[in-house]
Design a protein around this ligand. Structure first.
Ligand code: CA
Ligand code: CA
Length: 159
């Protein structure tokens, strides 16, 4: 085995052992997050885009996770609004997470949201204008998005 191959092998083992997120993804707790701003998408396209990355449109279960995402969004200074994986398209007023269909327990709506403005707001964003608290918005809006996937567990790859 050449020294270069040995070095590459060593690097991949180190990355695995630390449970690192893929390049360009940001770690918090057991998840990795990608802030996607190359091209704003409508909500259903955002869901599909994350699935192509073997991820889901971000689902926020705690204030700790919410704060991490808000702080990161602010730190980017891009003044962008981001889709998250929360919708009440099936039953008006009943917000569920897209991948699990679970009811949202933790929420961070910016008052007076969710207001279903013009009876046409079934998808949820981290709204720049609300300092990244949540807004229900028209699903046809084009926003940036945040994808989430589980951090790879060391044992899954080595064991
Ligand atoms: Ca989550
Ligand atoms: Ca709204």
């Amino acid at each position: 085995m050449t020294p270069l191959l040995l070095a590459l092998l060593f690097c991949s083992i180190v990355a695995t052992a630390s449970g690192a997120c893929p390049e360009g993804w940001h770690q918090f707790a057991a998840s990795c997050y990608a802030f996607i701003d190359a091209q704003p998408l409508v909500w259903t396209e955002a869901v599909r885009y994350c699935s192509t990355l073997h991820a889901k449109l971000v689902e926020i279960e705690s204030s700790a996770e919410d704060n991490f995402l808000k702080n990161h969004a602010r730190s980017l200074h891009k003044n962008e609004t981001y889709w998250i994986g929360l919708t009440d398209a099936l039953v008006e007023g009943k917000f569920i997470w897209q991948s699990t269909q679970d009811d949202a327990v933790f929420t961070d709506w910016a008052p007076p949201e969710p207001n279903d403005f013009k009876h046409d707001e079934d998808c949820t964003s981290l709204e720049f204008g609300y300092h990244y608290q949540w807004n229900d918005a028209q699903c046809s809006m084009h926003y940036d998005l945040i994808c989430e996937k589980e951090k790879e567990i060391e044992g899954d790859l080595i064991g």
